[in-house]
Structures are given as C-alpha cells and as structure tokens.
Ligand binder design. Structure first.
Ligand SMILES: NC(=O)c1ccc[n+]([C@@H]2O[C@H](COP(=O)([O-])OP(=O)(O)OC[C@H]3O[C@@H](n4cnc5c(N)ncnc54)[C@H](OP(=O)(O)O)[C@@H]3O)[C@@H](O)[C@H]2O)c1
Length: 310
C-alpha cells in the first residue's frame, strides 16, 4: 500500500474545505431565494483567496447543478482545486458498473478528467460494502479518482470498507460524517479515534449545525424551510453554548461563533467543510484558520456542548 498512500495522504494536509450542497439546492437551502449563482461564485472565489482549495460536492446536490457550477467556476480560475464528489446509492443501482457510470457522469458535469476524492454518499441497501469498494477501486485503477472515501458509515461498516479496499491495495482516504459542537456522535462512538488510528481523514459535515452555531437563530427567529422543524427541539437549549462561544471568540480578538465552531473541529483533528451561501459567509468561515483554541477552551466547549445536548 505504501506507493499509493504517499500520493493519497493529501487530505491530511487540508485543514478546512468548502461544502457546496447550497449551490442549486432549493429544498433545504432555498437556492434562488436571497442567493444564486453570482453569490456562489463569490463564495468560491473568496475561499480561494483565503487559501481554501478543497471543495466538497455530490451528484445529487441541486440534481447536478452544484457539480456544474463548480466546473464553471474552476474554469474561471488558474488556482489548483481539490475536488471531492459523491456517488448516491439509489436502490435501483446495484451493480459495480453503476458506480463507474455515475463517476463518469460527475466528471462530465464538472468538466474535469479526474476527481481527488470519490465518496460513497450513504451506505447502500442494494449493494454490499465489498461491491461498493470494488467499484471505488475500479475508479482509482482507471485513473478517474485519485483517492476514495465513504460517508455516513458507522464504525463497523467503515472497517469493512477499509479492509475491502486494502485487498485492492488502496487506502480508505476518508469518512465524511455529521460532526459539530451540537452533534458529537462520531466522537462518542469512537469513529474519530479509529479514523486517526488508521490514517483515515474524518471529514466533518454540517460543522455549523446548518447555521445554528453561528448564533443567529433562536426560538423567536428559527431558520426557514425544513431546518425550522428539524431543529425545533434543539433551538431552545443552545443559548449557553452560544454564549460561551461568543466569550471565547472575544478572548481571541473578536473571533465569531462560526470561527470558534470550526476551530473546535480542527482542534479535534477533523476536517470541517462549512457551506456558505455568499461571499460574506465564506470570508468569515475562512477566519477559522490561522489560530487555535487552547486545550482548556476546547475542554470547556466540550463540557457545555455535552450539557446542552442532554
Ligand atoms: N455527506 C453527507 O451526507 C452530507 C450531509 C450534509 C452536508 N454535507 C456537506 O457538508 C457541507 C456543510 O454542511 P451543511 O451545508 O449541511 O451545513 P453547515 O456548513 O453547518 O451550515 C451551512 C449554512 O450555515 C449558514 N452559514 C454558513 N456560514 C455562515 C456564517 N459565517 N454566518 C452566518 N451563517 C452562516 C448558511 O445558511 P443560512 O444563511 O441559510 O443560515 C449556510 O448555508 C455541505 O455543503 C455538503 O458539502 C454532506
């Protein structure tokens, strides 16, 4: 595995990325209301200016629009971009060939010859982990993806994926899971620890808990759309955590809540990929880089996040 792994450990050098589910998604993010392609372009451009090079999309985001927009924006820059996308395991996809077809379609939408990371978006109900990993291995061997990963895999399934890929002499590069100060399952269930042991990069999605950790939402002012219902029970409990984040941010020269939330994830050894709808959000999130919370601050945030999630 050594020859391949040197080339494929690049994710461990990436501190933070940009998530682009927002680009084209109307159901959760209400694309077209208050932001559109121009705002997405500026979010992308400011992220590049701030040194963020890793972009996470998926074939299902905006039914392919997210990948298409990313492709368009990539062509407008001469900066190198690290592209991650995902295979969605629709139940009608049950052969190894379906994975290669989906990968080729993603590459066509993005307009590039290979991606840096190809991930299985969710475990499949119709394809075994072995079969999925055979498909990913074919992607690597054919040169269409540099590395491969999984997403939303629990520890048992992740270990099965790791072993199945090892039989092809290919490392499992990443597991992308929900992880934030308000969603600590990956830590509690030992996934983060096991990822570190095995050299698998844990990528943290919804690192701002879909906007809740910015502190801008409250019971009286909930997020719009499906998020309102989804977070109705959590919103009344989070104020002590928001207050602590604000205090800690002030002690670091006025860091915002989102910067504290993202920095906490970096301190835990995971790679956050915050989504941003516009330039201002992306600019602010990039300010999570270049400084570090102290161990005491991380411990205090752990304590209060545990308390509010009880
Ligand atoms: N693998 C998976 O199953 C999976 C699942 C979910 C997400 N993801 C990936 O992870 C990425 C990030 O997760 P996410 O998009 O669910 O949630 P998130 O990053 O926790 O939250 C993003 C949202 O928070 C708000 N926001 C972001 N930065 C802000 C700032 N500085 N100030 C104020 N508001 C801000 C924006 O929405 P509002 O302005 O509307 O509040 C933005 O759309 C996605 O884009 C996607 O690439 C993967």
């Amino acid at each position: 595995m050594t020859e391949i792994s040197g080339e494929t450990r690049f994710l461990h050098a990436v501190e933070m990325g940009l998530g682009v589910w927002q680009w084209g998604d109307r159901l959760v993010w209400q694309y077209g209301h208050g932001y559109g392609e121009e705002e997405a372009r500026k979010a992308f451009q400011v992220s590049l200016t701030e040194g963020i090079r890793f972009v996470d999309t998926a074939e299902v985001y905006g039914s392919g629009l997210s990948e298409r927009m990313l492709g368009k924006f990539i062509k407008e820059t001469d900066q190198p971009i690290l592209v991650a996308t995902k295979y969605f395991p629709f139940p009608w996809r049950f052969t190894r060939g379906s994975l290669m077809r989906a990968l080729k379609n993603s590459l066509e939408r993005i307009g590039i010859e290979s991606v840096d990371l190809y991930q299985i978006h969710w475990p499949s109900v119709t394809m075994s982990t072995d079969l999925l990993m055979d498909g990913l291995a074919e992607g690597v061997k054919s040169g269409l993806t540099r590395t491969v990963g999984v997403s939303n895999f629990g520890q048992t399934r992740m270990l099965a994926a790791y072993s199945a890929l090892a039989r092809h002499n290919i490392p499992l590069a990443s597991n992308q899971v929900h992880y934030s100060l308000l969603s600590r399952g990956a830590e509690e269930k030992g996934i983060l620890r096991r990822c570190k042991e095995l050299g698998i990069r844990m990528i943290a999605y919804s690192p701002l808990e879909q906007g809740l950790l910015t502190g801008k939402y409250s019971v009286g002012s909930p997020p719009s759309g499906t998020r309102g219902g989804h977070y109705a029970r959590m919103l009344p409990k989070i104020q002590p955590l928001i207050k602590l984040m604000t205090e800690i941010g002030q002690d670091h020269g006025g860091k915002t809540n989102s910067q504290v939330a993202l920095n906490w994830i970096i301190c835990k050894g995971a790679l956050p990929i915050p989504g941003a709808k516009n330039e201002a959000q992306a600019q602010q999130n990039s300010g999570a880089l270049g400084w570090k919370l102290t161990d005491d601050e991380v411990a205090k945030l752990d304590e209060v996040s545990n308390m509010v999630m009880k």
